[in-house]
Design a binder for this molecule. Structure first.
Ligand code: NDP
Ligand code: DXP
Ligand code: MN
Length: 382
């Protein structure tokens, strides 16, 4: 039995992870679960999977949850709660499915405690990739990608020599506004932005897909996960999300990983790696699809992707700031406080104000993240 804990068990990745687990219940034991505010769902998960530790966002929610959970489950809350679930159980693998850079400290704590990481929470690697990868190497723990593109690259690289990589290409669906002009983006609604063409995901990542910030975060995530330079990472628009990403080798061979868009496949691969198990997911039949399309990335159409490359190449605290400014801008957009195009303006203005600090330690990362959040919150609406 593999012992697993999940941060963000009530979200899109968290619930799909539990779905994977429930299709092979003999193979897993759930040690810890952490959610934020959805204690109704978390309570159901606790009663079904019987974790030893569970965490919620606030003390008040923890008190309410305690009434509802079996005697063998301890309930925690806040940042301490996330740390308990991340590092304070016997789990050998932690699935990090929180949204945002709040995942950083619990991820570091889990690695410090020797737990392998099933990594969905990409903001953590973007914010502090050098700290996370260095600690993982020191503690000899694996960072197993769950993000579909990175799982694809990971699978394509299985057994390959890293020196034989020419480059990798991440595919981008184009998000909810892929067929709209920049002029049309001026008046788009939150409701429309939340309609991703291929994937059903949490609100924040769905907006990130529409702005192409998601691909920008993924470029930085790939840089850290696979140790590649930014010149070796490309992005192509692929509206169908069937080819999840591919690697080109020095001999001109390209290996791609394909499948229908279903996150349970990369989630399960991270849980069972290096094995593969049967999944309840549907099989891809290329003859049914008929055609696949690819088109050149237009950096002028998607300036948030250009800014991600710029922040990654700059390094130090610049990716931390890119990510934190975006998190605040997306929250403001979702609340109806700013327009869709203001997201990119806020990121650009916050980055322009920031003097990047090289080789930041954790305190510097935390301070830069807080500075960028405050700067992004203060920028005018239009
Ligand atoms: N969804 C997807 O298909 C993919 C997601 N990812 C990445 O995975 C991560 C999770 O995404 P997704 O599942 O879509 O996001 P969701 O918004 O669906 O889920 C976020 C989770 O974080 C929890 N959470 C939020 N705030 C807090 C808090 N203050 N304390 C504790 N828990 C909190 C939520 O709890 P609650 O709801 O109870 O408040 C929920 O469980 C992101 O980094 C995303 O980029 C990567 C690839 C694909
Ligand atoms: C499922 C997944 O991994 C998401 O990150 C997905 O890639 C979003 O799609 P796009 O960013 O390509 O629109
Ligand atoms: Mn992805």
């Amino acid at each position: 039995m593999k012992k697993i804990s999940i941060l963000g068990s009530t979200g899109s990745i968290g619930t799909q992870t539990l779905d994977v687990i429930s299709h092979d219940p003999e193979a897993y034991e759930v040690e810890g679960l952490a959610g934020g505010y959805n204690i109704g769902l978390l309570g159901e998960q606790v009663r079904r999977f019987r974790p030893k530790k569970v965490a919620v966002a606030t003390r008040d929610l923890a008190e309410r949850l305690r009434i509802d959970v079996p005697a063998g489950t301890e309930v925690f809350y806040g940042e301490e709660g996330l740390l308990e679930v991340a590092a304070g159980t016997d789990a050998e693998l932690l699935v990090t499915a929180l949204v945002g850079s709040q995942g950083l400290k619990p991820t570091l704590a889990a690695i410090e405690a020797g737990k392998h990481i099933g990594l969905a929470n990409k903001e953590t690697l973007v914010s502090a990739g050098h700290l996370v990868t260095a600690l993982a190497e020191r503690k000899q723990v694996s960072l197993l990608p769950i993000d579909s593109e990175h799982s694809a690259i990971f699978q394509c690289l299985n057994g390959e020599n890293k020196d034989h990589i020419h480059n990798i290409t991440l595919t981008a669906s184009g998000g909810s506004f892929r067929d709209r002009t920049r002029e049309e983006l001026a008046s788009v609604s939150v409701e429309d932005a939340l309609k991703h063409p291929n994937w059903s995901m949490g609100a924040k990542i769905t907006i990130d897909s529409a702005t192409m910030v998601n691909k920008g975060l993924e470029v930085i995530e790939a840089h850290w996960l696979f140790g590649l330079s930014y010149d070796q990472i490309e992005v192509v628009i692929h509206p169908e999300s069937i080819v999840h990403s591919f690697v080109e080798f020095v001999d001109c061979s390209i290996i791609a990983q394909m499948g229908l868009p279903d996150m349970r496949v990369p989630i399960q691969y991270a849980l069972t790696y290096p094995n593969r198990m049967v999944t309840p997911s549907k099989r891809l039949r290329l003859a049914d699809i008929g055609e696949l399309h690819f088109r050149e990335m237009d950096f002028a159409r998607y300036p948030c992707l250009a800014m991600a490359f710029e922040s990654g190449r700059k390094g130090g605290t610049m990716p931390t700031v890119y990510n934190a400014a975006n998190e605040v801008a997306v929250e403001r957009f979702l609340k109806g406080d700013i327009s869709f195009l203001a997201i990119e303006r806020i990121i650009a203005e916050v980055m322009a104000k920031h003097e990047a600090i090289d080789g930041p330690d954790l305190d510097t990362i935390v301070a830069s993240d807080a500075w960028a959040r405050s700067a992004a919150a203060q920028i005018r609406r239009s």
